[in-house]
Write a new protein. Structure first.
Length: 327
């Protein structure tokens, strides 16, 4: 008997992160443990559970060459993303503990597993790129120590103050859905588009994580929308948290880290024009013709588009969204 997988969890049929996050509606009641064990574990992850990519997904030899700027860019990107997902996993334990009902508890338990899996497949790909397994954790720590202190640390403290210390579950959902996931998710979309041709295995890893992020963003938005319908007096508090979170992302110096990776990527692209040829990063624009700043700015625009669509869905104003976002 063939099991039918939900379209949004199907690796091949699921929408892009941008389209899914802007257009899908999913609830915690629907995306429960049963959904995760069937549609996610046996759908999205079918054949990709160990590494995040299919066994036959190619990793070109040049991606294992020490000193290749493309390899350096991907090692930094996946190293930083592995740390971000690890910290997200630890923070999410408080969401599970403070969930007001079983549907919310089950959903955030699955999101916790998702983020832990993301961290793992990013680390595993570093090993596939030649990072010695025995040095893996040390190398990630060494490459991310400054980023953790200057970027992730303040975001982690902000989130824990709300969901752990104040035990404001819905405020915590707002931080994760609009501020953290909403800002970082477009970078995942960009990653999938960038690496799909140059390193198909890395492209599949980013594709799988993006499918998960759609679910996180959409369910989180639905939880907040429904809470505001039940408790409209929470609206000022929610807007206060969102504005504070947005301001925090405006202040942390993430751009310098992203641009450094994009500059390495730019240098590496020039050595592989034969692979890229007429490949378009977005409609009408060849990836070879883009610059580090243009790619970063595109991710910022996607951030604002996604945030505006989710805010509108929740019946909240979007005028506070103007201004630069984070990675």
């Amino acid at each position: 008997m063939t099991q039918s997988i939900a379209p949004e969890a199907d690796f091949d049929a699921a929408p892009t992160l941008l389209d899914g996050a802007k257009n899908l509606i999913l609830t915690a009641e629907h995306c429960n443990l049963s959904y995760w064990f069937t549609d996610v574990a046996q759908g999205t992850l079918a054949g990709r559970g160990a590494t995040g990519h299919a066994p036959d997904a190619e990793i070109p030899d040049f991606m294992r060459e020490i000193g290749n700027p493309l390899r350096e860019a991907l090692v930094l990107e996946f190293g930083f993303r592995a740390l971000s997902e690890e910290l997200a996993t630890r923070v999410l334990s408080h969401y599970v503990a403070n969930a007001p009902g079983i549907p919310e508890m089950e959903f955030f338990a699955t999101q916790l597993v998702d983020e832990a899996r993301h961290a793992r497949v990013f680390r595993e790909h570093l090993v596939e790129l030649g990072v010695p397994r025995g040095r893996l954790f040390d190398e990630i720590e060494e490459m991310t120590v400054d980023y953790r202190r200057r970027v992730l640390g303040p975001v982690e403290e902000f989130t824990l103050d709300i969901v752990r210390d104040r035990k404001d579950f819905y405020g915590g959902v707002a931080v994760f859905t609009i501020v953290i996931e909403g800002v970082l998710a477009p970078a995942a979309e960009l990653s999938e588009r960038k690496w799909g041709v140059l390193n198909p295995a890395a492209g599949e890893i980013s594709r799988g994580t993006s499918i998960d992020e759609i679910r996180h963003l959409v369910v989180g938005s639905t939880i907040l929308r429904d809470h505001l319908l039940r408790a409209p007096d929470y609206r000022p508090r929610l807007l206060e948290i969102l504005e504070a979170g947005r301001q925090l992302w405006n202040e942390v110096p993430d751009r310098e880290y992203v641009i450094h990776r994009e500059e390495l990527f730019q240098k590496g692209m020039a050595d592989h024009t034969d692979l890229l040829a007429d490949y378009e990063l977005w409609p009408g624009v060849r990836m070879l013709d883009t610059t580090p700043d243009e790619r970063y700015d595109a991710a910022e625009r996607w951030t604002d588009e996604m945030a505006e669509s989710r805010m509108t869905f929740m019946g909240l104003p979007t005028d506070w969204l103007s201004g630069p976002a984070g990675e």
